[in-house]
Design a protein around this ligand. Structure first.
Ligand code: ADP
Ligand code: MG
Length: 259
């Protein structure tokens, strides 16, 4: 069965201020989606809501993941069910290597599927990690580094993509907006997504970088404006944005652009 993340008429407020005002968006396994839009339109709000950040209050609508009500699940349950959010673990964890961290995460996911699971045997884990690092062209020494300790922006992204590769989630949401226009970071994420793309993985890449098509070829492109998805198309929509910017979107959707 194909897993899907379905966002239906989602309304979200931050400190009583409505930010998302009726978002509809479905991402299925095997599909690559790009969510684009000017700054301040609610893209990161959507990502934080998906991860269950307590600051973001859902006032209406639903999020269905694999047929379950995502909003009823704790953030770690969401992850164990196969939803990956790129910024789940943004902090440095002293004394925990990248490899240890990944093994713990894999075991948490295995236990969610089978309560009696004894964890991935070390030799199997080593083999898996080596294969994923080869696939993503990450140097093997990276596995021994302490997670996020002294990592550059690019190295954080590399750890994130490695996490994505080893956890094998069904749907991944990657919010790139906060890394700004850091092209190296985007390049690392894009080549990782391209290497991992396939029938088992659905991806929602959130970005305001209009030249994203130079890096990722999405099957679907969505434009968010005023807390709603106002346009959906194929890769040609991103090309159009690169050429024309967002003014035509604002003109076409004046009803949401002003408030
Ligand atoms: P985008 O990612 O599209 O640039 P955001 O989701 O970050 O947009 O922000 C949308 C709106 O919500 C902005 O007006 C922003 O000021 C507001 N907002 C988002 N998060 C918070 C927060 N934690 N506290 C207060 N306001 C917030
Ligand atoms: Mg953002």
């Amino acid at each position: 069965m194909t897993s899907a993340l379905e966002i239906r008429n989602l309304h979200v407020s931050v400190e009583d201020k409505p930010i998302l005002r009726g978002v509809n968006l479905t991402v299925k396994q095997g599909e690559i989606h790009a969510l684009m839009g000017p700054n301040g339109t609610g893209k990161s709000t959507l990502a934080y809501t998906l991860m269950g950040h307590p600051h973001y209050t859902v006032t209406a609508g639903q999020i269905i993941f694999k047929g379950f009500d995502l909003l009823e699940m704790a953030p770690d349950e969401r992850a164990r069910a196969g939803l990956f959010l790129a910024f789940q673990y943004p902090v440095a964890i002293p004394g925990v290597s990248v490899a240890n961290f990944l093994r713990t995460a894999i075991n948490a996911r295995r236990r969610a599927v089978n309560g009696g699971d004894k964890g991935i045997p070390i030799p199997e884990f080593r083999k898996l990690l080596r294969a994923k690092m080869d696939q993503l062209q990450v140097p093997q020494t990276f596995a021994g580094r302490y997670l996020n300790e002294g990592f550059s922006g690019g190295e954080k992204k590399r750890a994130e993509i490695l996490q994505l590769a080893t956890l094998e989630p069904e749907i991944a949401v990657l919010d790139e907006t906060d890394s700004g226009l850091d092209i190296d970071a985007l390049r690392i994420v894009a080549s990782g997504v391209n290497a991992l793309a396939g029938p088992q993985l659905g991806v929602l890449v959130i970005t305001h970088y209009q030249r994203i098509l130079n890096y990722i070829k999405p099957d679907f492109v969505h434009i968010m404006l005023g807390g709603r998805v106002v346009e959906t198309g194929g890769a040609e929509l991103a090309l159009h944005l690169e050429e024309k910017g967002y003014d035509w979107v604002r003109e076409r959707h004046e009803e949401v652009a002003d408030d």
